[in-house]
Write a protein that binds this ligand. Structure first.
Ligand SMILES: [Zn+2]
Length: 132
């Protein structure tokens, strides 16, 4: 599925538990990392399955995703969403970015997401996703 590995390796920090769309009922399901496998569990319909795929080879759509004018915003889970929110809110203090290491998610965010003109819309979208 597209975009799953778009923000690169440091996403591993957030990938232990990923909110995805259930294959069976299209509701919110949880993809959990168990050793080298992933297990998807849907609380709605009870669908569950084990995968040996890595994240580079995903079979699920992310639950937390939303289209904006300049691109798609997505997150693995609420913790990740919160991280994005904090990062984007902090964007005003541009120089704090220098303190973030290169491999951080922040430095890999698409430019439109952190640009001043989009900030309000992006934060609104994040808020919307939080309640999805
Ligand atoms: Zn389901």
């Amino acid at each position: 599925m597209e975009r799953f590995n778009g923000y690169e390796k440091s996403l591993n920090d957030f990938s232990d538990e990923i909110l995805v769309v259930c294959n069976s009922c299209n509701e919110k399901a949880i993809l959990k990392k168990i050793d080298k496998c992933f297990k998807i569990t849907c609380l709605k319909c009870g669908y569950n399955k084990m995968y040996s795929n890595s994240l580079n080879n995903p079979v699920h759509k992310l639950w937390l995703r939303i289209e904006l004018n300049d691109g798609e915003l997505w997150a693995y889970n609420l913790e990740h969403l919160e991280f994005l929110k904090n990062h984007i809110s902090a964007g005003l203090r541009e120089r704090t970015l220098e303190n973030i290491s290169n491999k951080s998610i922040g430095s890999r965010l698409p430019k439109w997401m952190t640009s001043k003109k989009n900030r309000v819309d992006v934060l609104k979208a994040i808020e919307k996703l939080k309640h999805k």
